[in-house]
Design a protein around this ligand. Structure first.
Ligand code: OGA
Ligand code: MN
Length: 294
């Protein structure tokens, strides 16, 4: 597929609708301002960027994230690294290296990532983006799929468009426990993360483009609709968004870094053999603004 240049950097398109592989960047070194500018431009154009062969430390991973915003610290103690607090561990091992079985509460909670979602949408100011580092990758599954929500919105049939235009959906972190059987958030966690209402159609602050904004693992209600109708509509929208013309499927190589824009994409990961180790480290670029309705 075609290559595009951004200054001295090159991006190879990975799918007609979404994702590019960027070459010429080394995340183990401080980045030149021109490099950061090129990455931001390429990211706005491709929504998802893959940076192959970046064997960086967690500290370097956090440092790279800071070029794009403030790293988010996960609001629960579980899942985040006890060594580097900005690292969210999408892993089936604990930090002593032991495999956790699927019945482990952390694994139950992480299993929600096997459904379409966008990160931290349950926050009043949802995450801008995420950078995921393949530390120990899976060969039995663990393929991460990304969909272009600008294209999805544009392609929505009129019947669906009329149901989302001008409306809001609720995003509730507590949906995860209902969905996966993971322990319910404590009263303090709940108070820290009350459910929020977000527009179903949003405008991207950088590109100005409109996209459909849903996050099915957190959505439990839509304004002006019975809850069961709302959940059915979200499911229908997610199915529409999952069509192959919108979706890039990323098969990981060790030390890939994949950076996605949570403001105009959704993602999910395919299951893998739970006996196989899979260790992925994520940083999240914290939101700095409320979502603009479109
Ligand atoms: C995430 C996520 C997908 C994966 O880190 O936000 O959904 O491939 N992970 O593990
Ligand atoms: Mn995710």
């Amino acid at each position: 597929m075609e290559e595009v240049s951004y200054g001295a950097l090159r991006v190879r398109r990975l799918h007609p609708a979404i994702a590019g592989e960027m070459h010429g960047v080394d995340f183990s070194e401080p980045l030149e301002p021109a490099t950061v500018t090129a990455i931001k431009q390429a990211w706005a154009d491709h929504l998802v960027l893959v940076f192959p062969d970046q064997p960086i430390s967690d500290q370097q991973h956090v440092a790279v994230t800071r070029y794009f915003g403030e790293p988010e610290v996960f609001h629960q103690d579980r899942i985040k690294s006890k060594f580097v607090r900005e690292i969210f561990r999408v892993a089936n091992t604990d930090e002593d290296g032991n495999i956790m079985p699927p019945s482990n509460p952390v694994q139950q909670q992480l299993s929600s990532a096997r459904k379409w979602h966008t990160d931290s949408s349950y926050r009043e100011k949802p995450a801008i983006g995420s950078l995921l580092h393949g530390v120990e990758i899976s060969r039995t599954g663990g393929i991460t799929c990304f969909t272009n929500m600008y294209d999805v919105y544009e392609a929505l049939p009129a019947r669906l468009k009329s149901q989302v235009d001008g409306r809001k959906a609720r995003h509730d972190f507590d949906m995860l426990s209902r969905l996966t059987g993971a322990p319910k958030p404590t009263a303090a966690e709940r108070a820290a993360m009350p459910a929020v209402w977000q527009p179903l159609v949003r405008r991207h602050p950088v590109t100005g483009r409109k996209s459909l904004y849903i996050s099915p693992i957190y959505n439990d209600a839509i304004e002006g609709m019975a809850d069961n109708d709302a959940v059915a509509l979200i499911a229908e929208l997610a199915e529409f968004a999952g069509q192959p013309q919108f979706v890039y499927e990323h098969t990981w190589s060790p030390d890939d870094i994949v950076m996605w824009d949570n403001r105009c994409t959704m993602h999910y990961v395919t299951p893998h053999d739970p006996a196989e180790r899979r260790v992925m480290h994520r940083t999240t670029i914290a939101g700095d603004a409320v979502v603009e309705a479109a």
